[in-house]
Design a protein around this ligand. Structure first.
Ligand SMILES: Cc1cc2nc3c(=O)[nH]c(=O)nc-3n(C[C@H](O)[C@H](O)[C@H](O)COP(=O)(O)OP(=O)(O)OC[C@H]3O[C@@H](n4cnc5c(N)ncnc54)[C@H](O)[C@@H]3O)c2cc1C
Length: 538
């Protein structure tokens, strides 16, 4: 064999997996189709002198243990912590500001409702408990939903676990708050479809578990140089550990002999052999494009076709000559350092979701603006700014041609929507670049531009992510593993799927084939090392 392990794709998870596999002494080759590593975590210069985090911009989910193992801080990672966290202007020029300090957030909420200000501490407590519930499963194989609930039974967190699994964000927000504005402001961070979707809360528990850990270290925020700076350091760490990384090398298919994986075939027709292959590509791409159908059962192929990839997003990158003059909070002030949310009510989220699901661009989508150049002078020329607008939601089903025809009108509509809150916005935008699902698919190689690889819905989480037959990083094809965001715990720049996949591979390669778990084994298996400890780092 040429290598012990080949990784298809150098998104951040592929790089994390490459690092841990190489550190475990394996010969590792990671192949990336694009000209640079990073996948959905890159920095690109769409306009000369302006550097944008093309897809992911917020470094809030990365697991600190992986950060330490890969020595990212020692290698030069610098992160600007956001404070205030969110500035939320409303059409009538009121605004809500949230801070890292809960007391300051409470004061801001009190301007809308005394009741809600009082409820804010218990709401925070709910999420702390949710994070505690999810935390043990981060660097471990995923539990099934039943195992997740059973583990919380007879503990003080049982009711929280039940709400996470069965509740919706609308129900939860209604339970704690009365002001529609407070709900709109606190309800915009779930990223999981309509406010009535089950699963959104569980996803947020995962995000809360990770972001709490990183915030405690003061390392959550905007990475200096954009998200591409993070993946450059991950590449450096993987290469220093001994992994070989090749860019501009697309993999055509997984090479299978007698039902077992033997390596990969490249687009140029050459074959590189390895004992195992890990795919950082999304599950749909992996099983539809990279594995020949004859190697997968009909029922598995049917489940792959049924994977849900309905959530579509846009990102509008703007090079600007100044900062927005917010009508609700004019002039200089902390509002310019916060993420800005534009969403009048929870109904806006639902309307945006249902429009996008039926192939239409929402009239008033929910917007999230970030301006990393306020913190990081390296990403824009002096006096200029980079403003990226995250748009929930966009139709994923538009054919490429139609999408291209819509590009200018969509850009204009988004700029006009911001102008309702900051009238100078159209004047300060000197260049704008709209990044829709087709561009995300083309640049990052993600099917339908799905930010999580597959939607974070309750039926595609924990021990069912992406599918029960290939949860836990193994797949039905002996020797093929998944290591990207389509696996537990899900999307986001966390490094966790890459870590868990590498650990699964190392364990499998270290035991005789006859003792390896069935490829289709999902569910939660406590990690026990030779010394009997649980959850030890690779
Ligand atoms: C618009 C957008 C905004 C986001 N914002 C945030 C955010 O602010 N914070 C956050 O934490 N997360 C965010 N996310 C989510 C996050 O970026 C992704 O979940 C994460 O980066 C995915 O990482 P990954 O390594 O699992 O996969 P990817 O980054 O998708 O990497 C997969 C890699 O595989 C490569 N590949 C695929 N097929 C082949 C092949 N045949 N041969 C060789 N290579 C191949 C691809 O080119 C790609 O490089 C965002 C995502 C999007 C799309």
């Amino acid at each position: 064999m040429d290598y012990d392990a080949i990784i298809i794709g150098c998104g951040h998870n592929g790089l994390v997996a490459a690092f841990y596999l190489a550190r475990a002494g394996l010969r590792v080759l990671a192949l990336e189709q694009a000209a640079k590593v990073g996948g959905a975590a890159t920095t690109d210069e769409f306009v000369p002198g302006f550097h944008f985090s093309t897809c992911a911009h917020s470094f809030v989910l990365f697991h600190p243990q992986i950060l330490d193992d890969m020595q990212l801080v020692e290698r030069g990672l610098r992160v600007f912590q956001r404070d205030p966290v969110q500035f939320h202007p409303f059409a009538d020029d009121q605004y809500l500001l949230t801070w890292n300090d809960p007391e300051r957030t409470r004061e801001s909420i009190a301007r809308f409702s005394r009741h809600d200000a009082d409820a804010y501490a218990s709401y925070g407590d709910f999420w702390q408990r949710a994070a505690q519930l999810f935390d043990p499963y981060l660097l471990d194989s995923p539990p099934t939903l039943g195992e997740f609930l059973r583990a919380a039974e007879d503990t003080p967190n049982a009711a929280v676990a039940h709400t996470l699994v069965t509740g919706t964000r609308r129900q939860l927000l209604d339970e704690y708050f009365e002001s529609p504005r407070v709900k709109a402001s606190l309800g915009t961070t779930f990223d999981a479809g309509s406010t009535d979707n089950a699963g959104g809360l569980l996803y947020f528990a995962f995000a809360a578990a990770l972001s709490t850990r990183l915030s405690e270290r003061g390392l959550a925020g905007f990475p200096q140089g954009g998200m591409g700076a993070v993946t450059r350091l991950l590449r450096q760490a993987a290469e220093n550990a001994g992994a070989e990384i090749r860019v501009a090398t697309p993999v055509e298919s997984v090479h299978v002999v007698n039902g077992s994986v033997r390596g990969v075939a490249l687009v140029d027709g050459s074959v590189i052999t390895a004992r195992v292959v890990l795919s950082n590509a999304d599950p749909r791409r992996t099983f539809v494009r990279l594995v020949a159908a004859e190697h997968l059962s009909a029922s598995f192929q049917r489940s792959v076709r049924g994977l849900r990839l309905n959530a579509g997003y846009l990102k509008l990158h703007c090079a600007t000559t100044g900062l927005p003059e917010w009508r609700a909070a004019p002039g200089d002030g902390p509002q310019h350092r916060a993420n800005v949310r534009i969403c009048e009510s929870l109904d806006d989220i639902d309307q945006a979701w249902s429009a996008a699901r039926t192939g239409r661009m929402p009239i008033a989508p929910v917007l999230g603006l970030v301006c990393p150049s306020v913190y990081d002078s390296s990403v824009a020329p002096v006096g200029r700014h980079t403003i990226s607008i995250w748009v929930e939601y966009a139709p994923v089903g538009l054919p490429q041609g139609v999408w291209d025809e819509r590009r200018d009108e969509t850009t204009d509509a988004l700029i006009a929507q911001v102008a309702r809150y900051a009238p100078n916005f159209p004047d300060i935008v000197s260049d704008a670049y709209l990044h829709g699902p087709p561009e995300i698919e083309a640049r990052a190689g993600i099917t339908r531009g799905n930010m999580h690889h597959v939607d974070m819905t309750i039926d595609q989480m924990l021990g069912a992510r992406p599918l029960p037959a290939c949860a836990g990083y193994r797949t039905p094809l002996q020797g093929l593993y998944l290591c990207g965001s389509g696996c537990h715990p899900g999307g986001g720049v966390s490094g966790v799927p890459g870590y868990n996949a590498a650990r699964t591979v190392v364990r499998d390669l270290n035991r005789p084939a006859s003792l390896r778990p069935s490829p289709t084994a999902g569910g939660h298996k406590p990690f026990t090392t030779a010394e009997g400890s649980r959850g030890r780092s690779l």
